[in-house]
Design a binder for this molecule. Sequence first.
Ligand code: NAP
Length: 296
Amino acid sequence: MTARLIDGKALAAEIRQQVAADVQAIKAMNRPVRLAAVIVGSSPAARVYADNQARTFAQAGVDYQLHELPEDITQAQLDAILANLAKDASVTGIMVHLPLPAQLNTQQTQYNIDILKDVEGVNPANIGNVLYGHPIIAPCTALAAVALIDTTGIALQGAEVTVVGASRIAGRPAALLLTERGATVTVCHIHTRDLAAHTRRAEILVVAVGKPGLITRHHVQPGAVVIDIGINRITATDTHGKAISKTVGDVDFAAVAEIASWITPVPGGVGPVTVAMLLKNTVRAARLVHGLDQPF
Ligand code: NAP
C-alpha cells in the first residue's frame, strides 16, 4: 500500500471534544441542548440504532429524547408531532429516523422538520441553502467528506473532483459543498456512460453509491485522494476459509490503496466523522435556536 490513510476516527474524536466543550458552554448559560429523535415503528434494528445514538449524544452532554411512534401513524399525526417539537422551546434539535413506513411521505416529513432544529440538514430548504452557498445546517455526510479531504492539506480550489453517486442526502450535497469551495466538480450517477473516463480525471474522488467493488484500480488516477462514503455488508471468507460478514465501502480498497495518495478506510473513515458532524450540527442548531448564532 502506498496511499496514506485518512483517519476518520481521529478526526471524529477531535470534533467530538470540541462539541462537548461547546455543549457545556451553552448549558452554562442555563440553556438546553436537547435532541428529539423520532422513530416510527419499533424494529429491533431501529431500537439498537437509537440506543447507540442515545449513548453517543449522552457522551457529548446532549440530552436525548426518543419519540417512538406506532407503525400505523398517519402523516397528519406525524406532522402534528413535528409541529409540536418545532414549538417546544426545550427542544433544540430534531431528527427523524429513516426509512418510514409506506403510508408516510419522506419528503413531506422532512419539510416539516423545523429548519433551525434540523440537525441532519435534510429539510429541502436546508439543502437549498447549501446550493445558495449559505448553509444554515448542511447534511452530515457531505460535511464529513469535505472535512476528511481538508485533513490531507490538498487545496480544493481549482481541484478536479469527481463525485460518484447523486443522492439528495450524500452525493449531491457533497458536490455542492465542493463546488462552493472552488473545486471543478463532475457528478456521476447510474446513467453515466463511461464512469472510468470521469473518475480517472479526478484528483479527488468521492464515492457514495452503495455497491461494493464499484471503484477498481482502473477507475483511479495514480496519486488521487479517494473518499469512500459507501457502507456495505458483505459475506467474505477468513484466513481459515470460514464465511464471515464484514463491512466494506464502494472502493476496492486493497487495489486502490496501491496507487492513491490518500484513502479513507471503511470502516473508520467517513462513518465516524458523519456521526461527529451530526453532533456538531446539534450544537449549531442549539446556538441558532437560542439566538447565539444567526442563520446567515
Ligand atoms: P442512494 O440514495 O441509493 O444513492 C446512490 C446513488 O448512486 C444514486 O445517485 C445512484 O444513481 C448512484 N448509482 C447507482 N449505481 C451507480 C453506478 N453503477 N455508477 C454510478 N452511480 C451509481 O444511496 P445513498 O443514501 O446516497 O448512500 C450511498 C452509500 O453511502 C450507501 O452505501 C450508504 O450506506 C452510504 N452512506 C454512508 C454514510 C456514512 O456515514 N458513511 C452516510 C450516508 C450514506 P441514480 O440516482 O441515478 O439511481
